[in-house]
Design a protein around this ligand. Structure first.
Ligand code: PMT
Length: 411
């Protein structure tokens, strides 16, 4: 579960949950519950302002441990350094603009900021604040400083804020923050936790649908799980991620900018726009090669005693080939997927040459294989002649390997 060698994993991973004084503090209760229920030992360090939103008994009951609130309590145990030193992960959720500022400037004026200064483990911040505060140059610089130092700062979600207003600044769903924590813990140490920090990546996921009439479409079996695993993994490794989601029903990964599309044409437009400033583009979406030549504005009716008219199809644009042929910026990496049912590797190699991408993830698919499932197995072919087999396992593991290969080529 965590990054420590097996022998050291007899103890549950020690997580410090820092909670700061924002209305979203109540959502940290759900995060705490998920962390404890999945076997983590959690020490909650709420700030004085956080305790005005959610009281100490709640944190104590949910964590099953004493709550550390003050540098002046239990001084003989030196809590202001011990808690941070012993942690395997520190997560601050919600992180207010004030906390981000104090952390970025190395202040140590309460137990949580002391803990942040003494921790040598990976640190995750889940900011929540009003849009104006998030967008203020001071906050932008503080976030950039923390990211530069290796912290994972999750992008806030867009939506309803404390008052009647709506915008970017909501705390992401606690389940999604938990997912980031799990991934960061699995990677282990501070140096590699945010190895994609400063990188902008685009991932496509799901399957396009090509409408025939208002009721029917040509589609495919993609659920989007592989693409979402790629997006969530990149975000947990510190990248700024745009996820182009074609007809998916999965929850948004934390900190990921999700753009919804329907057809291949819409995906192409969104991909070209998002790729303009991206370091890497990964096309995991299953894109329809063809679409109906004509769209009937009313439902196509069956006529008694007559066979239906054949559906004429036209080619869709090849988005991957276009992205690879017209790189939006020098050094941009373009990665494709190949969904094959037979002659898998031979077809994959031919596809790599045809599409002109840098890496091609070749996976064997079938009605009950890969589509919709949580596992995959692949060979990642490189334009440089390399091939990297990825054994059968979670889609997340394949995603990690894809980003390892991307990062090696970007640097
Ligand atoms: O979503 P899941 O249920 O998790 O399933 C995962 C998956 C099987 C969809 C995924 O692992 C996968 O293989 N995705 C690519 C599916 C696909 O369209 O493969 P393809 O061999 O037809 O296309 C090759 C590549 O060209 C792909 O990167 C595709 O995004 C791209 N393409 C294809 C056609 C087109 N008109 N434009 C494109 O950009």
């Amino acid at each position: 579960m965590d990054g420590r060698p097996q022998a050291e994993q007899t103890e549950p991973p020690r997580v410090v949950l820092g909670v700061t004084g924002g209305i979203a503090a109540y959502k940290a209760c759900e995060l705490l519950r998920r962390l404890t229920e999945s076997g983590h030992q959690v020490t909650v360090v709420p700030t004085a302002a956080a305790l005005r939103f959610v009281g100490e008994p709640t944190w104590a009951a949910l964590s099953g441990r004493p709550v550390a609130t003050e540098v002046w309590e239990g001084v003989h145990q030196v809590p202001h350094v011990r808690i941070g030193q012993q942690a395997d992960l520190v997560v601050v959720a919600p992180a207010t603009a004030d906390l981000l500022a104090r952390a970025a400037h190395g202040l140590a004026d309460d137990l949580l900021t002391n803990t942040l200064l003494t921790a040598r483990c990976p640190v995750v911040f889940a900011p929540a604040m009003h849009t104006e505060m998030w967008e203020h140059p001071a906050t932008r610089e503080n976030v950039a400083t923390l990211r530069r130092r290796g912290a994972v700062v999750i992008e806030p979600a867009f939506g309803r804020l404390t008052g009647a207003d709506t915008g970017k600044g909501r705390l992401p769903d606690p389940g999604a923050i938990f997912d980031v924590c799990r991934r960061v813990l699995a990677r282990g140490d501070l140096a590699t936790a945010a190895d994609l920090a400063g990188r902008r990546v685009v991932v496509s996921a799901g399957g396009t649908r090509e409408p025939l009439d208002p009721v029917r479409f040509l589609g495919n079996r993609s659920s989007g799980k592989q693409g979402y695993a790629l997006a969530a993994t990149a975000a947990a490794r510190g990248a700024k991620v745009t996820l182009l989601a074609a007809n998916t029903e999965l929850p948004d990964p934390a900190g990921v900018d999700v753009v919804r599309v329907g057809t291949a044409e819409q995906l192409r437009e969104a991909a070209l726009r998002a790729a303009a400033d991206a370091d890497a583009v990964v096309m995991a979406a299953a894109v329809a090669d063809f679409r109906p030549a004509e769209y009937a504005t009313g439902k196509i009716k069956k006529v008694e005693g007559q066979q239906p008219a054949p559906v004429a199809l036209v080619r869709n644009p090849d988005i991957l080939a276009e992205l690879a042929a017209h790189r939006a910026k020098p050094g941009q990496l373009v990665v494709g997927f190949a969904a094959e049912t037979d002659d898998v590797l031979a077809n994959g190699r031919a596809k790599l040459a045809r599409k002109g991408c840098d890496l091609l993830v070749v996976n064997e698919v079938g009605e009950q294989k890969v589509f919709g499932g949580d596992t995959n197995e692949a060979v990642i072919l490189g334009a440089d002649g390399s091939d990297t087999p990825v054994p059968y396992g979670p889609k997340e593991a394949l995603a990690e390997t894809v980003w390892d290969l991307v990062l090696a080529r970007l640097t």
